[in-house]
Design a protein around this ligand. Structure first.
Ligand code: GTP
Length: 412
């Protein structure tokens, strides 16, 4: 592996800390030597020694954010430093500003955001190492149809967690706002008490962008929240679209919150979502609704027995809760922590997170490629015409796609 040129130019700045931890440091450029695939270092100007592949990888990794930082102005670098230090010290305002930065579509801001994210990621890695490789935060996805009681639940659940010393962040994913122009989650004042809690951070839904764009910013917002010391990150979504599938690919545990109603009222809920749930909570199990809640619970218990097993150590549970009275919420958290411990010790959690990283990368590539394709000069003008022909039935979709792809390839 080639040592990045930036490392060779400024070994002091980039390597000292890391190497110091490894009990040696390289005071100058002349202490590095690359011969073919071998990289030699001379700690303390003494004996030359071969740099192990592991350490090389680590050093190159460390250098990545700094390499990206090249080309940024002093002002941008100061912004990154300010947000980074504010974030890891737990300042909510810095977290909010950092999330706004990652949500930006402006090319320059996107670049600044990526450098900040890399810094946060490096910090994460260090912290996780200190934590014996265990993840710092529990990422939980929460989905349910409108009116299931999601905000009431989050308010009650979040307060219980902050009282127990946790720091909770809530991110709402609401791509409906980009398609319908209105927001299902964000418009009204929700979770008023929790939003006043200093150990909670609630991020209203992004109000623009495609599902892919929202996916990207939510994933990045999760990392920033974790960097800010939030040990429980709740990602909320309305269970009537595609967003919950995307959310399931970002979290450690996926929870479905349902009202005690069946049939028609739950038509919007897709069967696929139930298959993804690690826990189904039937809410509003209080007063007159206790009986229907029991019935729905029994229905879901039998339905879920038929589903394919996704984990070797966990069978999805169906619980009854009341977000209004708080009944069952503490038991639900117990079940959630039981899940987390089981998947952590079995290795499933880390395997899942690794897989999610890959999915995330491909989602980004897909999103960017499509954008690149649509805006490419060779196809941009042809798209409306071919779309029109497909709509009027003159051209088959397959042929239109082939023509556009050919024009794109030829124009590369
Ligand atoms: N009886 C009872 N009512 C509840 C419970 N939880 C929520 N509700 C009521 O259900 C209604 C909808 O609750 P919300 O928390 O706004 O539901 P939501 O899922 O966030 O709805 P959207 O914001 O539209 O997505 C409100 O009138 C709540 O008071 C509960 O545990 N028991």
């Amino acid at each position: 592996m080639k040592i990045p040129s930036v490392l060779l130019r400024f070994p002091h700045r980039y390597l000292f800390k890391r190497m110091y931890f490894k009990n040696f440091h390289c005071p100058s450029r002349s202490d590095f030597l690359c011969i073919g695939s071998l990289t030699l270092v001379r700690p303390y100007h003494t004996k030359w020694m071969c740099l192990s592949e592991g350490l090389k990888r680590e050093l190159c990794h460390q250098a990545a954010p700094d390499q990206q930082a090249e080309g940024l102005s002093d002002r941008e670098n100061r912004l990154i430093d300010r947000l980074y230090s504010g974030l890891i010290q737990g300042h909510r305002a810095c977290l909010a500003e950092a999330i706004t930065l990652v949500e930006s579509t402006q090319a320059r801001k996107k670049k600044v955001a990526q450098v900040l994210l890399q810094k946060v990621l490096s910090y994460h890695r260090e912290q996780e190492k200190l934590n014996q490789g265990k993840p710092l935060a529990f990422r939980v996805g929460l989905s349910g149809p409108p009116g299931a009681g999601k905000s009431t639940f989050i308010e009650c659940f979040g307060k219980m967690l902050t009282e127990r010393g946790h720091k909770v962040s809530v991110l709402a994913v609401d791509p409906s706002s980009s398609t319908s122009g209105g927001s299902l989650l964000g418009d009204k004042t929700r979770m008023t008490e929790l939003s006043r809690d200093m150990n909670a951070y609630i991020r209203p839904s992004p109000t623009r962008g495609t599902l892919g764009g929202v996916t990207r910013t939510t994933n990045e917002a999760i990392l920033l929240c974790e960097g800010g010391g939030y040990d429980v990150v709740l990602v909320e979504t309305v269970g009537v679209g595609q967003s919950e599938f995307a959310v399931a690919d970002m979290v450690d545990m996926f929870i479905l919150l349902l009202p005690p109603a069946g049939g028609d009222e739950l038509q919007g809920i897709k069967r696929g979502i139930i298959e993804m749930a690690d826990l189904v909570a039937i809410n509003k199990a209080d007063g007159d609704l206790i009986v229907p809640a029991r019935r729905i619970q029994a229905e879901y218990v039998s339905a879920m027995k038929l589903l394919r097993k996704r984990s070797k150590v966990w069978r999805p549970k169906v619980m009854r809760i009341s977000a209004k009275t708080g009944e069952g919420i503490s038991d639900m958290w117990d079940k959630m922590t039981e899940f987390r411990d089981l998947v952590l010790t079995s290795g499933e959690l880390l395997a899942k997170r690794r897989k999610q990283q890959k999915v995330w990368m491909w989602n980004l590539i897909q999103e960017n490629m499509l954008e690149h394709f649509r805006s490419h000069l060779a196809v941009k003008d042809k798209i409306p015409l071919l779309e029109e022909k497909v709509l009027s039935g003159v051209l088959s979709p397959g042929l239109a796609a082939d023509l556009l792809l050919k024009a794109f390839k030829d124009g590369l």
